[in-house]
Design a protein around this ligand. Structure first.
Ligand SMILES: Nc1ncnc2c1ncn2[C@@H]1O[C@H](COP(=O)(O)OP(=O)(O)OP(=O)(O)O)[C@@H](O)[C@H]1O
Ligand SMILES: [Mg+2]
Length: 357
């Protein structure tokens, strides 16, 4: 990444609460105009990281740079950041108009400026005509939009969003996800979004940092995180996965021969990954990359028996016993044929198998 393209950068940032290290030596660089997401389980330090960027917590160590400028010592309202909170934190006794105008009044903008900015921003988020309502007269989705409008009105360089959709039902969440992404792209603004929902992170983001116990476990594109996870935790956290123990037999020229139970498979591996014979690894195999095969035998075929299945609408999920281990296999378009049962053959595509060393 070219240095000039970096918009927000954290270097060795830590934060302690008493004995607990909530954020532990976190470093990352987010490109300008990216939809960036901090993803991780509850308690991993996402909100604490976001609050340090916003200026609500002081880091114990490390630097925070925005647009090439160190912002550690700037007060929250002078950082060029704005935050949308999980519970929206709207002022209940104020109208929609006054909620959105709040930051502009604090910044002592003129009345005509404020009126225009509020009208423009509300129109932008699709709330024109609701200026005089109070938050209690709005649906959850509308309140969420007011919170976004209030944050956008002050024209931040970076919008920080802490699980803004988690209070909404599944259908609305999906709709607002699309809206947020569209909004971010129209504005060309850098967003830092916090969620513990992997599907949300994968579908929204240009860049994801997966956090665990205060640290960044891996950062990269959704594609990298999903298909090339560096650790078993990560592979499992971002989606259903089969993590199958295997032993390296030989590796050279971008190919590895691995023993899986009584079988051997030859799979492509990046040349920079150092592997040696006898090394224990795990195969990371996503359920949707495995197919049920008609024929039995062949190098990339695995025999098993169906333990149970679940109809998920767009796919059938099977749990298949292979060498005493449960594999998850997803079959697309289950309506196209009868459900499977009993003994089955699974066909692996070696190029879709990722090694975790
Ligand atoms: N103000 C605080 N005082 C003491 N401990 C805190 C405080 N804020 C957070 N922590 C602790 O720091 C850790 C990280 O908390 P944080 O809120 O950043 O997690 P999170 O990833 O946002 O989790 P969630 O998904 O549940 O919101 C947790 O162990 C939490 O208990
Ligand atoms: Mg949180």
């Amino acid at each position: 990444m070219a240095a000039s393209n970096v918009h927000l950068e954290l270097s060795h940032v830590s934060k302690r609460f008493g004995d607990a290290l909530a954020v532990d030596d976190v470093s990352f660089a987010i490109p300008r105009g990216a939809f960036a997401t901090l993803l991780g389980p509850s308690g991993c330090g996402k909100t604490t990281t976001l609050r340090m960027i916003a200026g609500f917590y002081d880091p114990d160590a490390g630097e925070i740079n925005l647009g090439g400028r160190r912002i550690n010592d700037l007060p929250a309202h002078r950082r060029g950041t704005a935050m949308v909170f999980q519970d929206y934190a709207l002022f209940p006794h104020m109208t929609v108009r006054d909620n959105v105008a709040y930051g502009l009044r604090l910044a002592k903008r003129s009345r005509t400026d404020i009126a225009k900015k509020v009208a423009d921003t509300l129109a932008f988020v699709g709330l024109a005509g609701m200026e005089d309502r109070s938050p209690s007269q709005l649906s959850g989705g509308q309140q969420q939009r007011v919170a976004v409008a209030r944050a956008l009105a002050i024209e931040p360089q970076v919008l920080l969003l802490d699980e803004p959709l988690s209070n909404l039902d599944a259908k609305l969440r999906e709709q607002l996800r699309v809206e947020l992404r569209t909004l971010q792209q129209r504005l060309g603004m850098t967003f830092v979004y916090v969620t513990h929902d992997q599907a949300e992170a994968l579908s929204l983001s240009d860049w994801i940092a997966v956090m665990r116990e205060g640290r960044v476990e891996q950062a990269g594109t959704p594609w990298d995180i999903y298909y090339r996870p560096r650790t078993a935790f990560l592979a499992d956290f971002v989606g259903a996965v089969n993590l199958v123990p295997a032993v390296i037999r030989a590796a050279q020229d971008g190919q590895a021969r691995v023993a899986v139970g009584t079988r051997e498979l030859s799979i492509p591996v990046p040349r920079e990954v150092a592997l040696s014979a006898g090394q224990e690894v795990r195969l990371c195999i996503r359920p949707e990359t495995v197919e049920f095969a008609r024929d039995r035998g062949g190098p990339a075929l695995v025999e098993g028996s169906v333990l149970r299945r679940a109809f998920l609408g767009d796919r059938m999920r099977y749990w298949v016993s292979v060498d005493g281990r449960e594999w998850i296999v997803d079959q697309a378009d289950p309506g196209a044929g009868p459900a499977l049962d009993g003994r089955v053959s699974l066909s692996l595509r070696p190029e879709r198998v990722h090694l975790i060393v």
